[in-house]
Design a protein around this ligand. Structure first.
Ligand SMILES: [Fe+2]
Ligand SMILES: [Fe+2]
Length: 315
């Protein structure tokens, strides 16, 4: 059962427990640690492709490091450009919803957390670059953001509502990565440490945004509910698109031929496999929507099923 906003207590201990308040700056040890994996390979499809596996170790290491960099760069940009964009409005009482002062203060705490996550993601890029000698390729967040925001293109009057929904979706997803990385002793310590810190904060954020969605849904008109129910599947799908553009660039820069790059990307990110990953990652989010009655709105089940969420029809 999802808490209501009035019942939400997780931020009462924020001053003692938030990563930004209770953990030191995470540093790369100056020993052999940097020789470990940059990222758990098993959760990154293109890193396991036989065409890449057949390459020399330094080339594979380069591509793996670039995956870590793109993930850190993505995280840093996403926290600020998407999560903070909407959460700061909640904190400032500009979300269009009626919210208590405590709920707005909790949003402020989330803003502080997310800014800190962005900061240590960038700090990790710098530290790993310096210690490994592998430079991060330039990262471009704009195409991802354009696709994510593009969901609202036909509904300009609801742009800000869509921005709130983006955060609800992203903050309630199951990010297997946040649970897997800290346990993986084969991964460099700095990455394990920051992912562990991040996962603890995100546990609180998850509870907040689940309760927030319940509240938001309760304040929507019936026509807004129909619109939201139809936009949510697209928001989920766009939020979880794999970073194939960055993977392509990394593989090309590593020296693989265009043909090899195409084969690796096409084999690794086949549409059905990508969608299966999206369905898995959004199970909890879709369950939240179901609990709130989103799927009972006319046309909602069909919209979810059409977007590739077959479980919506069995619900
Ligand atoms: Fe975060
Ligand atoms: Fe968060």
């Amino acid at each position: 059962m999802t808490y209501t906003m009035a019942e939400l207590k997780v931020f009462e201990s924020w001053y003692e427990k938030a990563g930004v308040r209770s953990t030191p700056r995470r540093l790369t040890p100056q020993d052999q640690d940097i020789l470990k994996s940059f990222f758990p390979k098993h959760i990154v499809p293109h890193l396991n492709h036989p065409l890449l596996e057949a390459q020399e170790a330094p080339l594979k290491r380069y591509v793996e490091a670039q995956h870590l960099y793109q993930w850190l760069n993505f995280t840093a940009e996403f926290e600020v450009s998407v999560v903070l964009r909407a959460t700061q409005k909640i904190a400032d009482n500009k979300s269009g919803l009626e919210l208590s002062r405590r709920i707005r203060m909790d949003a402020f705490k989330i803003c502080v957390d997310e800014n800190y996550h962005a900061l240590y993601s960038m700090d990790a890029v710098d530290q790993v670059e310096q210690r490994s000698g592998i430079k991060s390729l330039d990262y471009e967040f704009a195409p991802f953001l354009a696709r994510l925001d593009g969901v609202a293109d036909g509904h300009p009057q609801h742009r800000e509502l869509v921005q709130l929904l983006q955060v609800v979706v992203f903050e309630t997803l199951i990010t297997a990565l946040l649970n897997d990385v800290p346990k993986d002793k084969g991964v460099i310590t700095l990455v394990r440490d920051i992912v562990r810190d991040h996962a603890i904060d995100e546990g609180r954020h998850h509870a907040y945004f689940a309760a927030f969605f319940k509240h938001l849904w309760g304040q929507l008109s019936s026509s807004e509910r129909v619109l939201v129910a139809r936009l949510l599947p697209d928001i989920i799908v766009q939020s979880l698109q794999p970073a194939t553009r960055a993977a392509r660039t990394a593989l090309s820069q590593a020296g693989l031929s265009d043909q090899a790059v195409n084969t690796i990307i096409e084999d690794s990110y086949h549409r059905d496999a990508v969608m299966a990953g999206i369905v898995y990652a959004s199970e909890r989010t879709v369950a939240l929507f179901q609990e709130c009655g989103v799927l009972d709105v006319p046309g909602a089940r069909e919209a979810f099923a059409k977007a590739g969420f077959p479980q919506a029809l069995d619900a």
